[in-house]
Design a protein around this ligand. Structure first.
Ligand code: 3HC
Length: 287
């Protein structure tokens, strides 16, 4: 089996930057692609700020940070992915955008054995697999936010994914990224979001109906059930736009009312109150 040393990460937002950071710390040569020079600059800032924070908090040494920075390269041109052996797509949770990235990667990546993985939270992996000429090498690889902290990665073979791709992906995740694996089938939400999203949406409905305040709902789950953060704080961390997109895909798949994005969530997204990343969500982060 070929050793994987050259990773590509497409998208350098919250998830892509975390994946790139973990992979570089794990010793991989990482090329990160973003859509524009400005997006490349802010993606790079996000990765480097997180590595610096790791040094400040005593998680990694300065030498480890410097080595990781040296292993990271950035581009605004997907053609740069040509020599990659494994590529993880982590762009916005939008079917058309992701399908476009997979079709482009299929044209560009030269190694016929390369694995093309998607960090989708809820879209069918099969839709991305069939947008390439190599559906046997396409697989879901779902990370959790913040990526450097959360130990889990869900591995999701599509109907077309070969057993060899699954084996190589599992080995790559545990050996190079140091993450634990749960394998799930290609059903919207996989294991974790299928359970988590209805819980988060129920908390939004509780705020909307006026039955409890956001602070009390969060305090209830933090102190009553030992969750590290309550559901509304967690929504602010995930991003309300991402949560809405995930809920929409899950609702489309199951037609289950518990997955339908509540009106309040839609209104907050429309208002641009997306959580931490915009400074306001269920809580204010501008101070
Ligand atoms: N990078 C690296 N380390 C980080 C970090 C980051 N971005 N954020 C926090 N940490 C580390 C800190 O260094 C600290 O480590 P230490 O205790 O060893 O010093 C530890 O995590 C705790 O951090 P803080 O003290 O700053 O803050 P908190 O104690 O409030 O923890 C949290 C923050 C890690 C986000 C914690 O609240 C948590 O785990 N929350 C739940 C997150 C969760 O459920 N994520 C899954 C979301 S669902 C998802 O992503 C799927 C998608 O499809 C929707």
């Amino acid at each position: 089996m070929q050793t994987i040393s050259r990773l590509g990460v497409v998208g350098c937002g919250l998830m892509g930057s975390g994946i790139a950071e973990v992979a570089a710390l794990g010793g991989l040569d990482v090329l990160v692609a973003e859509g524009s020079p400005e997006a490349v600059r802010s993606g790079r800032r996000r990765v480097e700020a997180s590595l610096d924070r790791g040094v400040r908090r005593g998680k990694i040494t300065e030498a480890a940070r410097d080595a990781a920075v040296a292993r990271l390269a950035y581009t605004d041109d997907l053609d740069g992915m040509a020599d990659r052996q494994f590529v993880i797509e982590a762009v916005a949770e939008n079917r058309e955008v992701k399908t476009g990235v997979f079709a482009a990667l299929d044209r560009v990546v030269t190694d016929p054995e390369a694995v093309l993985a998607t960090n989708t939270s809820s879209l069918p992996v099969i839709d991305l697999a069939v947008s390439t000429q190599r559906p046997a090498q396409v697989i879901g690889l779902h990370f959790f936010n913040p990526v450097p902290v959360q130990a889990l990665v869900e591995v999701i073979p599509a109907l077309t994914t070969s057993p060899d791709t699954v084996l190589r992906t599992r080995a790559f995740v545990s050996e190079h990224l140091g993450k634990e694996i749960v394998q799930a089938s290609d059903r919207s939400g996989f294991v974790v979001n299928a359970l988590l999203v209805p819980f988060l949406l129920s908390a939004v409905r509780m705020v909307d109906s006026g039955s409890a305040r956001a602070e009390d709902i969060d305090r209830g789950m933090e102190l009553g059930c030992a969750h590290p953060m309550g559901p509304l704080r967690l929504l602010d961390l995930i991003g309300l736009d991402t949560a809405q997109a995930v809920a929409e895909s899950m609702y489309e798949e199951y037609k289950e009312p518990l997955y339908a994005p509540p009106a309040l969530l839609r209104r907050m997204v429309a208002a641009g109150r997306l959580g931490r990343k915009t400074g306001q969500g269920f809580y204010d982060y501008t101070a």
